[in-house]
Design a binder for this molecule. Sequence first.
Ligand code: NAD
Length: 455
Amino acid sequence: MSLHQLVETQRQYYKTGEPTKLSHRREQLLKLRKILKEDHDTLTEGVYKDLRRDKRTTFGLEVGNAIVEIDYMLENLEEWSKPVYAEKTLTTALDTPMIYKEAKGVVLLISPWNYPVSMVVLPLIPIIAAGNTVIIKPSEISAHTSEALDTLFSKNFDRKFLAVVQGGVQETTELLKERFDHIIYTGATTVGRIVMSAAAKHLTPVTLELGGKCPVVIESDADIETSAKRVAWGKWLNCGQTCLAPDYIITTAALKPRVVAGLRKAIIDFYGTEIKASKDYSRIIGQRHFDRIKSLLDRTNATVLFKNGEPDRDDLFIPPVILDAKPEDVFMEDEIFGPILPIITVSGFDEAIEFIRDGEKPLAAYLFTRDQKKIQRFLNETSSGGVTINDVLMHITVDTIPFGGVGNSGMGRYRGKFGFDTFTHEKAVLKRGFFGESLLDARYPPQSDAKFKQL
Ligand code: NAD
């Protein structure tokens, strides 16, 4: 079946009304839940082959939270699908204004390689819950996981409702020529632009979950050892290939030695003294990304504050590296997406805020402090997709707050009800009866001064 035929088949199926039935949505979510519960080993094995990430870690990061999200969705599905009765205005006092929930139709979901299970499943849950059909284009770069997802989904779902299309740029480009009712894309900002221009041709709404340089500000009143430990976890998890990973630290010269000591201790505690041998330390996804990071390491002028081991292309290993960097350093140009952590030195909190404000809006920003005034200023004066105070990454785990970017880090949001709403058209409806016709007299022609006074 050609891609065009696939999209048309899904559209015809959507038009039957079947996918929008609550019973169908529930059934499909339960199927997805069953796959995650029973076949997680196939998925975590795929991720292991792609990223050499410990399977238990993958379960915690990518599978367990998706099961929780499905349960949350199932619990609320009926309530969120109901029409919402809206406040009446004076002129609609006799009517019923409401927001009617309608599925969007056929959705395209394009996902990246770094969290190859959850970046498919987390958006998929609200897509199904809202009553849409879906075509999934997983990343060709995480080939093992994409194959596992394809096999499991093809076995369990009808392609007229949920289909996986494997392939790379060429297949995605072909898919993007088709008309969808919504596209959600997770990946690099440059490709986000391509997706958005393709969508514009059909006036298709897009949700773009992109990247950015997520800053971490560490203040002297924070618990420095705990802060460093938390940053180290979020940075070196998945070898730095996390959209929400701390990209760089901003701190003062006085605090820097304590921060570095804390990071060093955490790295050794997590991965031992010979990091390359640690089963908990992931690998770079492929040689292209390895070469990109290695070339930055070759070109940087920053002072190395910590490093454990040497890059090994055959093993796709890049060690954790901490750098004392200047703002002009090559590592400060783009999102690093690897295990290198530059530290930028500033004179104090004002300069830290200024530094963040001078850059593109990141997907997340982090602040470690006990000072409530600084927290307030950070929230007021910096802009980012999300914020976690005194930890990193964790705001994505809360499904009662939205997840998404702003500016260069993306647009739109999902998780919990925010995801359900993203894939739902909120139709404005006004129901009116046949009574009260005299109240409408003034709107009907012919116009007169007497009628005008009534308006
Ligand atoms: P990737 O290379 O796997 O690309 C993502 C998807 O885009 C893939 O399915 C790929 O086939 C497709 N694609 C790539 N080039 C294309 C092109 N020219 N035209 C059409 N489609 C194309 O992943 P990536 O982009 O390297 O992902 C890493 C980026 O994703 C990082 O910037 C990271 O911060 C971001 N990211 C963001 C989130 C988030 O939730 N905001 C989550 C994970 C990753």
